[in-house]
Design a protein around this ligand. Structure first.
Ligand code: ZN
Length: 291
């Protein structure tokens, strides 16, 4: 990717990406994986969770606050100071030379604000709702927020899913739903389907997302660590730090895409029962049965 330097970029929003694609869903649903695969298409740039742009330059010690691959001196995000009325998508499109920009921010308020900014511009907006079995999501969140009670995590997930369901229903533009489990077990088929939806030609190299250049803000560190694993020789300084429990999993992880079913072994029967009672119904369309 040839990134244009700031002198070449006119800060005025006169240039617009052809398409801006939002990936919504619950956090820990595989959106980093989907974003990185799509961002490996020759026409696409994956911004990560673009709402993290508000933190840029604020805390140089926190790796979650700048490009996860290249750190503070990133060619794409480095030096960018976000102001509330800035439409970042034209800027990203112009900097990277990509006509499609992908944003996987899960916070619906952010997506709604961006949709308003994009409403009277030539950019078309697309929505992908990434779904994942709630039990897997709860397990990932329990791993991350060890001190939080499972009930609280389950209730939080239910609230987020209800809000996202109604947001998805109300979205007027082109939209699709995709299951993480389908993406992880048949990535070729799932990505062909998404490419068709976005009106772009499927490229075989997309699935080797870890071999491509990426500049994501936020997102899943485990998935991103595979970029570092694949490109160790080119990446001088590592900004991605895995937690202890994730280290075991990802040190043995092949580079290829693999379904993460850690919840089957890790989630206690008490939590599974609690989940079934509280969230069984809303989880029905997402329930993934192992074959
Ligand atoms: Zn970067």
């Amino acid at each position: 990717m040839k990134v244009r330097n700031s002198e070449e970029i006119n800060e005025e929003n006169t240039f617009h990406p052809q398409k801006v694609v939002f990936i919504c869903g619950a956090p820990h649903s595989g959106s980093t994986l989907l974003g990185l695969i799509l961002g490996s298409h020759s026409r696409c740039f994956y911004a990560g969770e673009a709402n993290k742009v508000i933190f840029l330059s604020s805390d140089m010690e926190n790796p979650d606050r700048y490009c996860k691959v290249c750190g503070p001196s990133c060619d794409v995000w480095g030096g960018l100071i976000y102001k509330g009325d800035l439409n970042i998508y034209p800027l990203l499109s112009k900097k990277t030379g990509k006509s499609i920009v992908i944003d996987s921010t899960k916070k619906l308020e952010w997506i709604k604000t961006q949709l308003n900014k994009l409403a009277n511009t030539p950019s078309e907006t697309y929505l992908i709702y990434l779904l994942r079995d709630g039990r897997a999501v709860i397990n990932s969140r329990l791993r991350k927020y060890k001190a939080t009670h499972p009930e609280e995590i389950i209730e939080d997930w239910i609230r987020h899913m209800k809000k996202t369901n109604s947001f998805y229903q109300g979205f007027n533009g082109p939209k699709i739903q995709l299951h993480y489990e389908e993406l992880a077990t048949e990535p070729d088929k799932a990505i062909r389907f998404v490419c068709q939806f976005l009106g772009i030609i499927y490229e075989d190299e997309m699935l080797r997302y870890y071999d491509h250049e990426h500049h994501p803000l936020g997102g899943n560190t485990g998935t991103q660590s595979l970029i570092i694993k694949a490109q160790e020789e080119n990446i001088k300084k590592q900004y991605i730090q895995l937690s202890e429990r994730n280290k075991y999993y990802y040190s043995d992880h092949p580079l290829s895409i693999k379904l993460d079913l850690r919840w089957v072994k890790e989630l206690s029967s008490n939590v599974i029962e609690l989940f079934e009672r509280k969230a069984g119904e809303i989880n029905l369309p997402m329930k993934w049965n192992e074959k």
